[in-house]
Design a protein around this ligand. Sequence first.
Ligand code: APR
Length: 245
Amino acid sequence: MHQEFGHPKIVVLTGAGISKESGIDTFRDADGLWSRVNLEEVATIEAWHRDPAKVLDFHNAGRAFFAGRNITPNAAHRALARLEHEWPAEVLVVTQNIDLLHEGGGSKNVLHMHGQAGKLRCMACETIADSDAELSVTTACAACGVVGQTRPHVVWFGEMPLHMDAIMAALDSCGLFISIGTSGAVYPAAGFVQHVRRKRRAHTVELNMERSDGYQTFHDGIYGPATEVVPAFVDDLLRGRTSHA
Ligand code: APR
């Protein structure tokens, strides 16, 4: 996409905080998922090799949680969709979230760097399938028939995030980098702000409930619930009331 004069390309990095007010817990807040579950046992590639049944049980529990609730996009997701549609240059959302609330809110240009719900992947043949099926160690891959190698299409600790080439290319050409609802604890996402500052001197802003681990690296910080601060920030950007340079 081209860059309109005065309107830089935008990359928006999102994390669990943007979906909190839709009813999905974050990971590292006091009531976050990792305060209840040991991530080493359910969200690492080593855990999959050691005890796949436990990893799949965790996946099945998450799946049941989502299925049992009416989880819908909130005002922050919708505001980012509006930004994509009304901003004259490209807006890319790079999300660490596996939920589909950006798409539900109307965003079209979204990359899920940690995978996404509703997809399964076979470790034997690498086929990715649209499926929300419950998994067990006896599940057979629909494509190759191998048993016990079908897993959720999510990135566990110890694995390479997805779409990194496209993400790095977008970071290298953006003029505004916005980080929303992420603690800055997990790399490589946590390093994007340093990357854009080093490479391009892009303007960088974080919108979060509280200061993230790397807040000093951002030019600006706006703190509060995503459903309040994101729509207001998008409004200001679209009306030219905020600096993006
Ligand atoms: N509005 C804005 N920010 C919020 C809100 C809210 N309503 N509620 C919480 N936050 C902020 C918290 O203050 C915190 O800084 O969201 C951030 C969430 O941080 P984490 O729980 O660490 O989530 P995230 O940064 O997305 O985690 C990154 O870690 O375990 C993994 O793979 C998982 O993708 C995830 C990755």
